[in-house]
Design a protein around this ligand. Structure first.
Ligand code: ADP
Ligand code: MG
Length: 647
């Protein structure tokens, strides 16, 4: 929570005259708002607060960044009876990051409520701590559905005194497959509690939940989808000719940014890319679901404090991240759906600041680019990579700045003498000495790098028109060397991978969808969803491909995993193992860059995995897959699995 004075987030107030002071919030809560520095309530706050204070049920539809947390937290905190140390308010969030973020925000708003107790509850954290805190008593519980259900099952969480329930980001909970859990939890709550449901979109299953559990809800709808992204400058670069990593580095070098979040598709790519950027001198780190909660918090904290400038993240790990200094969002891998894009770029332009988003679009991803433009109702402008001249100018500028800094801060007497001595010994001009030194200094990062400029858009157009010439032309019209296209553009997976066909005991008649299966398996055994392929849902069972060589204990664990209430009871299907990439000459187990889909989960293995992952950014076999997205399973703890060893 920032202490500076912030403008109300995003959309312009519909009722500009409303002030916090008009809203009948409890005095200690008002004091906290003043200290935090919110000037005026955002539209969703102005509309929700009076209704929630009155005790009405509410459906609030608003995009991320519109200030929903305070919209429910301020009124509901105002109504807490501090003398009753029992759960009076339950907030359900889709991820632990959000649970923590909401809990932290509420703690701030409640800082003048004496003896106030709030507890975030999420999978992946040890049960012991949660149990003892619950036992001692809390006023508010903020948690993810899976773990809340666990506690209800153990009777360690008692909701008899509950006054209100908030469903935060309900559509996200639906998307992640938690909606049945939410339904069940609501069923456990007293009949007379108040319910506030917040969601960016209102798909039918959310409406059904609302119908079933809400009592004459008042509906509030704030601003169009486009409002959230309008403050963000969006551009894309069409991937061609230059490898994405080099293109990224070039853009980073030529861009003034405060902090940046870079989105990639897989956990492994987060580490791989973060490492490569670090090697190129950027203060970067990975943020993914393999890190434990503490590590993730530490990374976010370091980003907030400016100890890191770049975080490379997956969608899931970065959801809801609120770090005001993020000035740029970089979509290194295009997202799988338009909603993710909106979520991603919503990490910048927070609380009224401006932000920039850059997107890499490979030729085959053009479709998604257009889908995004339609969904956000905004055109994303094409951009060119910084030219060699721009890079040279940048580097020269930095070089001069370094010289200035050294001249002003360092003691140079010894070096002055050394240089003079050298000059006299060799009877040189001082210019020549200085030039030689300058050359030495820039050797690692040359001031005159060999970089080929991209063909400009005009040049490309010319090329298309001039059918006789197959060579791209530069600005001057000179034919240019044809470049080797990178593997990425040939759309081939880097390495083959043997897959095996499995059968699981859940099928269409149990109501299962592919996303539930991918979510459960990906999360339960920490397998990147790219490896879960060719899912075929039949009436009473499903067959699917998983990488060959699954460790026995992982296999055993998967047997007992439940999807749609049914044990998977996974087993090898039929006879033949399948190969997802059967091109000849590709031995999946040879070659240093082969990536192991099944990861060791022990802590000490993590750094080693990092090293092994070094060369394997792109997932094997990815072009053949029907399913792309990682979805956490019903039980939300990615970190709560037992360690695995290959037998
Ligand atoms: P949402 O849940 O809608 O995505 P948040 O509740 O996370 O949005 O709020 C987004 C940001 O706006 C947070 O940094 C929060 O501190 C800030 N914020 C919320 N309400 C106000 C307000 N009235 N004035 C200024 N900033 C606010
Ligand atoms: Mg929120």
């Amino acid at each position: 929570m920032t202490q500076e004075t912030l403008p109300a987030p995003d959309v312009a107030p519909v009722t500009p005259s409303v002030r916090f002071a008009d809203l009948a919030l409890a005095e200690p809560v008002m004091r906290a708002i003043n200290e935090v520095g919110y000037e005026t309530p955002s539209p969703i706050q102005a509309e929700s607060i009076p209704l929630l204070l009155e005790g009405r049920d509410l459906i609030g539809q608003a995009q991320t960044g519109t200030g929903k947390t305070a919209a429910f937290a301020l009124p509901l905190l105002s109504k807490i009876d501090l003398s009753q140390v029992r759960p009076q308010l339950l907030v359900l969030t889709p991820t632990r990051e959000l649970a923590l973020q909401v809990a932290e925000a509420m703690q701030t708003y409640a800082r003048h409520l004496r003896g106030f107790q709030i507890l975030p509850i999420y999978g992946g954290q040890g049960m012991g701590l949660q149990l003892s805190r619950l036992h001692r008593g809390v006023h508010v519980v903020v948690g993810t559905p899976g773990r809340i259900l666990d506690h209800l099952g153990r009777k360690s969480l008692n909701l008899d005194s509950l006054q209100a329930v908030v469903l935060d980001e309900a559509d996200e909970m639906l998307r992640m497959g938690f909606i049945d859990d939410v339904d069940q939890i609501l069923g456990h709550t007293p009949a007379k509690r108040q319910v506030a449901l917040f969601s960016a979109t209102m798909p039918a299953p959310i409406r059904r939940i609302a119908l079933r559990h809400l009592n004459e809800p008042q509906e509030i709808k704030i601003a169009a989808k486009t409002a959230t992204v309008s403050a963000i400058k969006q551009r894309y670069w069409q991937v061609r000719g230059v490898h994405k990593l080099d293109a990224l580095t070039r853009i980073l070098e030529a861009t003034d940014f405060d902090a940046m979040i870079i989105f990639v598709r897989t956990k492994l790519s987060t580490e791989d890319l973060a490492e490569k950027l670090a090697a190129r001198g950027f203060a970067s780190a990975a943020l993914n679901g393999d890190l434990n909660q503490q590590q993730r918090e530490r990374t976010v904290e370091r980003l907030k404090q400016g100890k890191l400038d770049i975080v490379v993240a997956t969608d899931v790990a970065a959801r809801g991240l609120d770090v005001p200094r993020i000035s740029h969002v970089f979509n290194y891998d295009i997202p799988n759906d338009t909603e993710s894009y909106v979520h991603r770029i919503g990490r910048t332009g927070r609380a009224g600041r401006s932000g920039e988003a850059i997107l890499f679009v490979a030729p085959r991803e053009k479709r998604m680019l257009h889908a995004i433009e339609r969904a956000t109702n905004q055109k994303i402008e094409p951009m060119q990579l910084p030219t060699r001249n721009e890079i040279v100018d940048r580097r020269i500028g930095q070089f001069k700045a370094q010289l200035d800094a050294v001249r002003h801060t360092e003691k140079l007497a010894f070096f002055r003498e050394l240089v003079q001595q050298y000059q006299q010994e060799n009877e040189l001009d001082m210019d020549d000495v200085a030039a030689a030194l300058a050359y030495l200094v820039q050797k690692e990062q040359p001031l005159q790098p060999t970089i080929n400029d991209e063909p400009t858009v005009q040049a490309e157009r010319g090329q298309r028109e001039d059918k006789r010439s197959r060579e791209p032309r530069s600005d001057s019209g000179e034919p240019r060397q044809r470049r080797e296209y990178s593997r990425e553009e040939r759309q081939e997976p880097p390495i083959g991978l043997d897959m095996k066909r499995y059968r699981i005991d859940v099928g269409r008649e149990h109501g299962v969808q592919a996303k539930n299966i991918v979510g459960a398996i990906a999360n339960e055994i920490s397998l990147d969803s790219e490896y879960i392929a060719n899912i075929s849902i039949r009436d009473s069972f499903t067959v699917l491909d998983l990488p060959d060589g699954m460790p026995l204990d992982v296999f055993e664990h998967l047997k007992s995993v439940r999807v749609c209430g049914r044990k998977l009871d996974i087993r090898v299907d039929g006879s033949a193992g399948k190969s997802a990439d059967a091109r000849p000459g590709r031995n999946p187990n040879s070659g240093p860059s082969h990536k192991k889909p099944f990861k060791a989960k022990t802590k000490s293995a993590a750094p080693k995995r990092k090293a092994a992952a070094k060369q394997a950014a792109a997932p094997a076999g990815s072009t053949k897959l029907k399913l792309k997205k990682a979805k956490p399973s019903k039980k939300d703890g990615a970190g709560s699995k037992p360690p695995k060893r290959k037998p």
